[in-house]
Design a binder for this molecule. Structure first.
Ligand code: HEM
Length: 216
């Protein structure tokens, strides 16, 4: 019994806690290689707030808004947990965006397609498909948790959200402080084909990023 419980816990933490962040960071590095101007802004932000100092928790909490926006935008377009499910505990009626009513009986399983919600032009505008971290910079615009839900929403949302956000910022700062990321000449393509069915958001082919040490 205890062994089963420990195995499940281990699988949950590795699957939920490791693969998700690793997958997202892979996409962050791909986008940074595709958009050198975004990478330059992160480097500028690091130089402005950190200089040669190490990233502290206080700096993380109060600064690096652009770096955080890059990670949020990556999670919007390449959400590793691209769908989620809920079981309806009582009969209810949903109203669609064009006013139609859909009756959902008790016991129905509902699948929420995060990736479709995150790319919906009605929610995000006509540039919904574009990589634009700036959309997360305007503090006056509060983002509805059901419009942007990489960590789920409600009582059962991701328990590791804060940890994941922190580790992804730390890794990105470390990477951009030390390396210039670029698309290699052998694989210059910005558009990677996404498979239809995956566990985490991966590519059909390989994702290549070339690193050049900028401190050497
Ligand atoms: C980019 C990183 C991550 C993403 C996108 C992510 C996403 C999610 C999502 C969508 C859920 C389901 C929430 C729901 O049903 O509403 C979830 C649940 C969960 N996540 Fe994460 N997660 C991430 C990182 C982590 C980390 C680092 C940990 C642990 C160290 C973690 C542990 C968990 C656990 C234990 C649950 C189940 C919570 C429950 O059922 O009450 N996750 N995560």
């Amino acid at each position: 019994m205890l062994t089963n419980f420990l195995s499940l816990l281990f699988i949950e933490l590795i699957g939920a806690g490791e693969e998700t962040s690793a997958n997202t960071l892979g996409w962050v590095f791909h986008f940074l290689a595709c958009y050198p101007q975004v990478q330059a802004k992160i480097r500028q932000e690091i130089q402005q707030h950190l200089g040669s100092h190490k990233l502290t928790f206080e700096l993380y909490e109060t600064k690096l808004e652009y770096t955080k926006a890059v990670i949020k935008e990556t999670l919007r377009l390449r959400d590793p947990v691209f769908s989620n499910a809920r079981c309806c505990l009582e009969d209810c009626t949903l109203v669609t965006s064009n006013g139609d009513k859909v009756v959902v009986p008790k016991g129905t399983n509902i699948y929420l397609a995060h990736n479709l919600i995150h790319e919906d032009a009605q929610l995000w505008g006509n540039d919904a498909q574009e990589f634009k971290p700036e959309r997360f910079l305007d503090a006056s615009v509060s983002i509805d948790p059901y419009k942007y839900c990489p960590f789920g929403a409600g009582q059962r949302s991701c328990i590791g959200k804060r940890f994941a956000e922190l580790e992804m910022v730390m890794c990105t700062v470390k990477m951009v402080s030390n390396f210039q990321l670029q698309l290699p000449r052998s694989h210059p393509t910005k558009t990677l084909e996404l498979p239809e069915v995956v566990v985490f958001t991966s590519t059909i082919g390989e994702c290549h990023v070339q690193l050049q040490n900028i401190n050497a």
